[in-house]
Write a protein that binds this ligand. Structure first.
Ligand SMILES: Cc1ncc(COP(=O)(O)O)c(C=O)c1O
Length: 486
């Protein structure tokens, strides 16, 4: 295919060249109606590019097929059979994939380190999750993706499940052995969904972890805005093989999608695909080189260390995307929450992830020596400032086995059934009716339908006192927790 083309961008250029005008939404009419103070901040071109996809960019019957053509080019660029654009983030795409694989009832194998959007998919669909244990690291207090052996063991217990969903890379950049997991699923004729929200760039450089389609996944979901250069909410799901019906997948996405997709998002994804095909290898090589230099520079700083080898191993992760600089702050005797807050306040830098002992800096091909230097300078200043910071509030980190709560009700039944809000000290033994998700990384510690225990409660309550954000709790301060009525 001709990857020099960018059909959505070209159609937008034609739209403006033809001096089209619309008696349709969006009501700002190319920015004419937008308050000048809004235009001054957002820019004129944002409004000019915000046109209707159908009866605007394309005609009433979509005969131009610009978006469809851009999707075909995207699929071709990454070696998938089909690609579908979504303007509602991977949060929509994973739900669409789950619905297409498992329908509205039945069971799905899911790695328990799933993102909260997957849990939302379980609540909406009514599916019964059959959890696959991630490899919990009691030392590092994080979850590595599940092994193929755990997936196999789960299939043996639940042979009737419709398919499997695994998250890889994780927000720490750690990866599952997708090829081995795909083989285990395919041996049973069942499809594998990979939530690869953090992996949009993987197809474009051989030194990055294996791209899910190359590893044999049936459908994989990527956020173009995370590691690519799309706008927030731009996501693609890729499909191959014959285990998932493409028409069904599209219909499931349609159930959840907006009827007013933002053409800006389509255009940015289309242009990013062209950029990656033409220059992706070189751009990503520069990013990987920069990541290597920054890793060395950060390791030179007293009290800070970029984590690497400890992520990998038989009982750990299969691979690592080294564009994520996961930096251990324990040597400075401060928490990741403190480090992230200090960097935002004093260096005006925002970090990708912060937990009780780490922060992460996510690099993409947009970074260069200047942004890298800024990071190192800020981290050096943090190291200098750390002795004067208060000692971190301790987080009651549970033994990993205590984090494995029993799922005793369907997530949907627990979420939609009668609930009450009770103080955390009374919640042990009760069945959760809400998600409680330390964010980022966004992996729920408690899900609707799980029986809550003391260890998890102490972890969340002490974590929040130490700086952990739990944005999805009905009571943001965790003075109460929503549980099922007895
Ligand atoms: C693993 C994972 N899956 C899915 C999502 C949802 O992606 P989006 O923000 O594009 O909706 C995220 C977002 O952080 C994520 O980390």
């Amino acid at each position: 295919m001709d990857h020099a083309q960018a059909p959505v961008l070209d159609a937008l250029t034609d739209y403006h060249r033809a001096d089209r005008y619309a008696f349709t939404p969006p009501g700002h009419k190319q920015g004419r109606g937008a308050d000048p103070r809004v235009r001054a901040v957002l820019g004129e071109d944002v409004f000019r590019a915000d046109v209707l996809a159908t009866s605007g960019l394309d005609d009433r019957q979509t005969t131009g097929g610009f978006v469809a053509e851009a999707e075909e080019l995207m699929a071709d660029a990454v070696g998938a059979e089909q690609a579908f654009f979504s303007t509602c983030g991977s949060s929509l795409s994973v739900k669409a994939a789950m619905l297409a694989v498992a329908g509205g009832r039945g069971e799905l194998l899911v790695g328990r380190d799933a993102h909260k959007s997957v849990i939302a998919g379980l609540i909406l669909s009514g599916l019964r999750p059959r959890w696959v244990r991630p490899r919990w690291d009691g030392e590092l207090h994080l979850a590595h993706p599940p092994s193929a052996a755990e997936v196999e063991a789960c299939w043996e217990r639940h042979p009737d499940a419709a398919g499997m969903l695994v998250t890889s890379p994780t927000p720490y950049g750690t990866c599952a052995d997708i090829a081995a997991i795909a083989r285990v699923c395919h041996k049973r004729g069942r499809p594998l969904i990979v939530d690869e929200a953090w992996g949009a760039h993987l197809p474009f450089h051989d030194d990055l972890p294996t791209w899910a389609m190359d590893a044999g996944a049936d459908v994989c979901v990527v956020s173009i805005h995370k590691m690519g250069a799309g706008f927030e909410q731009g996501s693609v799901f890729h499909l191959q093989g014959d285990l998932i019906d493409p028409a069904r997948l599209r219909a499931c996405a349609d159930l959840l999608a907006t009827t007013s997709p933002n053409v800006l998002l389509y255009a940015a994804m289309d242009g990013w695909r062209r950029q990656m095909v033409e220059q992706g290898r070189d751009l990503l090589q520069s990013a990987l080189d920069l990541a290597g230099e920054l890793r060395a520079a950060v390791n030179e700083l007293d009290g800070l260390r970029v984590m690497d080898g400890e992520f990998l191993g038989v009982e750990a992760s299969h691979d690592l995307d080294r564009l994520h600089l996961v930096i251990d702050t324990t040597g400075l005797q401060i928490s990741g929450y403190q480090a992230a807050d200090w960097l935002r306040e004093h260096a005006h830098l925002d970090m990708g992830l912060a937990d009780h002992r780490r922060i992460s800096a996510q690099l993409t091909f947009a970074d260069d020596i200047h942004t890298g230097q800024r990071l190192v300078t800020a981290l050096r200043a943090l190291a200098d400032a750390a002795p004067a910071l208060p000692r971190p509030t301790p987080v009651a980190l549970p033994d990993p086995t205590m984090l494995e709560l029993d799922t005793v009700e369907l997530p949907r039944d627990a979420f939609f059934g009668p609930t009450e809000a009770i103080p955390p000290q009374d919640a042990a033994g009760r069945i959760a009716a809400e998600q409680l998700t330390p964010y980022p990384p966004g992996i729920p510690a408690v899900l609707p339908g799980e029986r809550i225990n003391d260890a998890v409660l102490h972890y969340l309550v002490s974590g929040q006192a130490a700086g952990m954000a739990i944005p999805d709790a009905a009571d943001g301060g965790l003075a109460t927790i929503r549980v099922m009525c007895d």
